[in-house]
Design a protein around this ligand. Sequence first.
Ligand SMILES: Nc1ncnc2c1ncn2[C@@H]1O[C@H](COP(=O)(O)O)[C@@H](O)[C@H]1O
Ligand code: PPV
Length: 171
Amino acid sequence: MLDLEKYIRVVPDFPKKGISYKDISPLLMHPEAVEFCVDEFVKNLPTMQIDKVVGVESRGFFFAMLLAQKLKAGFVPVRKKGKLPYKVLQEAYDLEYGNDWLEIHQDAILPNENVLVHDDVLATGGTARAACNLVKRLEGEIVQCNFLLEIKALNGIEQIKQYPTQVLLSY
Ligand SMILES: Nc1ncnc2c1ncn2[C@@H]1O[C@H](COP(=O)(O)O)[C@@H](O)[C@H]1O
Ligand SMILES: O=P(O)(O)OP(=O)(O)O
């Protein structure tokens, strides 16, 4: 067992006053910690074949890509407005320190595909909910939403309560 908290840098008042920012950069610099996280995520997934792993821009991309590779699934980027070049679906969302639009390519997920949704941090849950809405609009089946860490006091889990979730570390 690894003490994951040791690899998370907590930065007060970033990007705005009052936000306690959970920086995963130190974790990414330690391959043993990265490997531990991937193995933990995989251990606690449902047993069915996962077809697509969705990663939310940008810090969600790191582990989503590793998980997709490990699970022999396709990787699907969910990006902020205006970054994806082909036809997209859009969802507006609020996050802990702002608001924006998320987009997914219209052909990224086929109806009934089993989809894992990943992001680094679950805070208010607005981002995760928007990413899940995009998957559902493409008729994907969300088999799990997983996060490296959650900020429990913000109760983001409530926003995605209809889906199974997995979190490696709680603050
Ligand atoms: N406190 C935070 N530290 C690091 N990253 C954060 C933090 N709060 C939000 N984020 C990023 O925003 C979304 C999750 O925000 P929601 O409020 O749950 O929508 C996630 O992509 C984090 O990277
Ligand atoms: O730093 P990012 O790109 O992961 O975005 P956000 O802070 O909007 O989650």
